[in-house]
Design a protein around this ligand. Structure first.
Ligand code: C2E
Ligand code: MG
Ligand code: MG
Length: 307
């Protein structure tokens, strides 16, 4: 393949951002997505990032690609408002002294709030060796952009990096999750415990099976990402995916009743449908009028209390 064509690919519209959903493991709700680069090569078709990112890092095209992905990520975060977006950043991008300024400028230009954008730095290469990297990541974080340590557990023993770098999130590598042994799950549990202490969020990536999904949820990870939850997809498909995952608001009910439902973890009709009718009726503050409203709203949404 002609990799020299990579230069200018973004400008020619050949680069595309795909998005892979991340769910909150406690509620099952889609709360975030990771932006993943794809190169639509005129002759070779869709080229995966594992093929062209290393080449782009060599040639310097990574800076242009990084800018493009940052822009796409910010634009979607601004449009969706309640879905956070993370964008991968190459260590090579961190060698530029204006890296932090560019990220912060994009974040502010799109009017994003704290946490709506994160950058992911791979554990696969020693970021600490880069002069200035820590300071730049601190600036980014202090401006309200999340800093995520990607591929944790895939290579460098990096509890050291955890201490030295201003991470707000840790992504457990799929190699750790796929390796389905007692030892792996024990190791995961201890990582989660350490990371929790530091107040960082934990995302499990590469979840391919229901079993893995249940394991990482029970291991107290915050978010999950993987083929079992959703594939990376073009932006338009991702928007469709979100529409299919929307939650239906509760009907108009009194404040007391609403608080009673919230206390029971019922924030929308889909939550209500996970409870039996008699359990909901038994909540303090829920009367027959509220039950009638819920019955009507559930029926209208083709939902029902559980049996
Ligand atoms: P990553 O950041 O760790 O992204 C996750 C990769 O795992 C993605 O591969 C995703 O498609 C794949 N994946 C997700 N769920 C599953 C699963 O359940 N099972 C398996 N086997 N794989 C899963 P992808 O899109 O091919 O990207 C590969 C790597 O390329 C990324 O790993 C990231 O390091 C790099 N990359 C992608 N986009 C960019 C970018 O815009 N900039 C930079 N610098 N690197 C990028
Ligand atoms: Mg990543
Ligand atoms: Mg990763």
């Amino acid at each position: 393949m002609d990799h020299s064509a990579l230069s200018g690919a973004a400008g020619r519209g050949e680069l595309v951002a795909w998005f892979q959903p991340q769910i909150d493991l406690a509620s099952g709700r889609v709360v975030a997505a990771e932006a993943l680069a794809r190169w639509q090569h005129p002759q070779s078709g869709l080229v995966p990032p594992t093929d062209f990112i290393p080449v782009a890092e060599e040639s310097g095209a990574i800076h242009e690609i990084g800018e493009f992905m940052l822009e796409q990520g910010c634009a979607l975060a601004a449009e969706l408002d309640d879905v956070e977006i993370s964008v991968n950043v190459s260590p090579v991008q961190l060698t530029r002294s204006d890296f932090a300024s560019r990220v912060i400028a994009a974040f502010e230009r799109h009017g994003l709030r704290r946490g709506q954008l994160s950058v992911e730095i791979t554990e696969g290469r020693p970021v600490l060796d880069l002069p200035d990297a820590v300071a730049q990541l601190e600036r980014v974080r202090d401006s309200g952009v999340g800093v995520s340590l990607d591929d944790f557990g895939s290579g460098f023993a990096s509890l050291k990096q955890l201490n030295a770098l201003p991470f707000t999130e840790l992504k457990i590598d799929q190699s750790l999750i796929r390796n389905d042994t007692e030892e792996t799950w024990t190791r995961l549990a201890s990582i989660v415990a350490i990371v929790r202490q530091r107040g960082m969020r934990i995302v499990a990536e590469g979840i391919e099976t229901r079993e893995q999904y249940e394991r990482v949820r029970d291991a107290d990870c915050d978010r999950g990402q993987g083929y079992f939850i959703g594939m990376p997809m073009p932006r338009s498909e991702f928007l469709e995916y979100l529409r299919a995952n929307v939650r239906t608001a509760l009907p108009a009910i009194g404040a007391v009743a609403r608080r009673a439902l919230l206390r029971a973890g019922i924030r929308n009709l889909e939550d209500a449908a996970t409870h039996t009718r008699s359990d909901v009726r038994a909540l303090r503050g829920i009367g027959p009028a509220t039950m009638a409203r819920l019955d009507t709203a559930l029926a209208a949404a083709s939902l029902a209390f559980s049996a």
